[in-house]
Design a protein around this ligand. Structure first.
Ligand code: E4P
Length: 218
């Protein structure tokens, strides 16, 4: 299972990378805005900074919504760095763009996936990754994890090579459930990765070990 961090915060990206468990980064226009990064040139320069921190797989999202503009923007984003994966929304022109970029050997991540049908279409177009959003489905009373299970089953049936990048993963439990059902990748905030470390019995056990060592080595 691969771990991507879902942020444009350079400190968080560095912290996750320094842990030695980070396989990639996802961003979106909202995450860029949250860091105060605005304007095309600044946003593209920020993508480059992210690429300079990590080894590979940095999703950079297009903001165009029509085929010609999306393709042009996708090619420009891909030219920033070989580590870029072009993130394309699940709309009709997005599917055409994924096919065109995929035919040119450019990696894509089809985002805003909320149904198995959308996942099938993106795989047929040759998306490298699809991003089904778990948390946002949970938010409106649907079972986000059930969508991941359905897509895993469908992709297994046909041997689709598109990787399932579980997105909108908000906490450690989401992450563990994704591992159980076989998502290829999870993308989540730093807090969800760090949350995996924590168990009260680990903390109390370590405190006891250290105290016993101290008693015997005065
Ligand atoms: C996916 O790549 C998105 O950036 C992200 O996972 C959305 O998460 P959110 O629903 O917590 O905003």
């Amino acid at each position: 299972m691969q771990f991507f961090i879902d942020t444009a915060n350079l400190d968080h990206i560095k912290e996750a990378y320094d842990l030695g468990v980070l396989d990639g980064v996802t961003t979106n226009p909202s995450l860029m805005a949250k860091e105060g990064i605005t304007g095309e040139a600044n946003i593209r320069a920020h993508y480059k900074k992210i690429c300079d921190i990590v080894d590979d797989k940095v999703s950079a999202e297009v903001i165009s919504t029509e085929f010609d503009a999306m393709l042009k923007e996708g090619l420009e984003l891909a030219a920033i760095d070989p580590k870029i994966v072009v993130k394309i929304p699940m709309i009709k022109d997005g599917i055409k763009t994924i096919k065109a970029l995929s035919d040119k050997g450019i990696r894509t991540n089809c985002t805003l996936i909320f149904s198995p049908g959308q996942a099938i279409l993106a795989a047929k177009a040759g998306a490298t990754y699809i991003s089904p959003f778990i948390g946002r489905l949970d938010d409106i009373g649907f079972d986000g994890m059930n969508l991941i299970e359905q897509i895993v089953h469908i992709y297994d049936n046909y041997g689709f090579e598109t990787e399932i990048l579980a997105a909108s993963v908000r906490n450690p439990l989401h992450l563990i459930k994704c591992a159980e059902v076989g998502a290829d990748v999870v993308t989540c905030p730093l807090s969800a990765i760090i949350g995996l470390l924590k168990h009260p019995l680990t903390d109390s056990g370590l405190a006891t070990f250290l105290a016993d060592y101290a008693k015997g080595n005065k």
